[in-house]
Design a protein around this ligand. Sequence first.
Ligand SMILES: [Zn+2]
Length: 346
Amino acid sequence: MRPQDILMPVPAGLCCKPGGFHIDPVRPVERAVITHGHSDHARSGHGAVLATQETLDMMRLRYGDNFAGRTQAIAYGEQIKLGDVSIKFHPAGHVLGSAQIAVSCRDTCIVASGDYKDAPDPTCAPFEVVRCDVFITEATFGLPVFRHGPADDEIKKLLASVALFPERAHLVGAYSLGKAQRVIALIRAAGYDAPIYLHGAMEKITRYYESRGVALGELRLVRGVKKSDLAGTITLAPPSATSDIWTRRFPDPVTAFASGWMRVRARARQRGVELPLVISDHADWDGLTATIDATGAGEIWVTHGQEDALVHWRKAKGLTARPLDLVGYGDEDEGDGMPAGEDAEA
Ligand SMILES: [Zn+2]
């Protein structure tokens, strides 16, 4: 069976005709299979949603109880038959509950990896390499210039700055789902045990992470805390909040931003970020290319991001690669090429 007879891009997203479902549809569909909870992948209004329990819970937190007609949870490693295909979920290492979806039909296996990273993350299950015939890869950081160093080194920079400026507050912009909790866990792993403050918009999802067993130490809401009491502290906030009037409640704040985009110094300057922290929840160029090779896939389909360089790299090796013209990803969370919204997830 040809791979494109199993999965094909349509305006609503990636459609599996023989299985009767769409993966991460951007429009309401009868049956959606969803990789993870970020809002450009997980939208409300579908007839039925199949996803990990964590992704379903995050959708419920974000959209309310009636976000879909019906829901079904699937665990990593579990196999389910849908129509003429079988699907299996594997960890994607991107955020809590994130999954790659392996779609098998007769002797052909296609893996739709959603967003993924191969770097360690204490807040979610590690990425698993799945051997397949066709690997669908994201390309958010699909250029050789994007090489993210160890996140621990970035956390050291942050803690050094906190030690250096005890009279100032440190405000760390981080996307609310995934990045914020990872940054907190990394700060704890580096030995910082003072309370960490949260912008109110992050409370629900962060408490949800804790309820799933992710230890984050003592967290306090910044609301109602006296300005002078915030000297020498660290606060996590959505990126948009770190550049608005909200920051006036902090004493002489040092503005940091945790994102893969901080690799581009001009971006940091543009945003007025004093302390850029290159911490990404997406694979960098080395991660993308190593992962693609490891899957053993004879063919790759490249989507959301910088498709061209990966397609070219792959073709230069004499292998099949093509860009998937999927639209609608990055509108809310990720931006194409650069975060469009202030809360860009990267
Ligand atoms: Zn994502």
